[in-house]
Design a protein around this ligand. Sequence first.
Ligand code: ZN
Length: 212
Amino acid sequence: MPATWLTEAQQMITSHQATQSSDQTADTTSSTTSSSASSSTSTSSTTASSDATPIESNVQGKTLATTYYYHFKDNVPTAVRQEFERAVATYNQTGIVKLVAGTGTTKQNQITFFVYHKAVDQQTAQTIELGYGGPNIIEQTGWGAYTANHAKAGINVDYSASIKQSVATHELGHALGLDHSTSTTSVMYPVDQGVTTLSTADINALKSIYQN
Ligand SMILES: [Zn+2]
């Protein structure tokens, strides 16, 4: 699926195509600290379907186990690990998925947490990439058929602003199959709002993926 990049005015300016097998979504934040452009007027209705948290296209229709084994690449700093651990706890609290430290087998769901460096020209860039993550569906058909999600979630450590629980929660959301939401109360809103608590819509999206 195409990833959305948002400008300060919170409008889609471009998109890029994910690779064939994985569906990783880069995330951005405004490159200026001025947040005066946040003119989004959310409706008071919390049940509006437009507030639903979408599901990544490559996860739709898949039957996935609810248990994930997660591990960190060796070069992930302690500060980043802590934010991802907090994000893991947030999703475990839902009771919908169960994230367990360790490395799973090929047939099991796995999440790899990583860090990377991606600098942008802060003079010209309208957005800064904070991280990216997404599901990677492995499907074995025929004898011994299985479907597993070998997902990734990463933080761009070129920016200290990336090392936040909200960013970790967002990227882990992608790994588990959540797509970008237009609701600022969702952890899946594409521009970091500092949200660390899953919205009702986020939880409902998780249920639709894992309780089928
Ligand atoms: Zn995102």
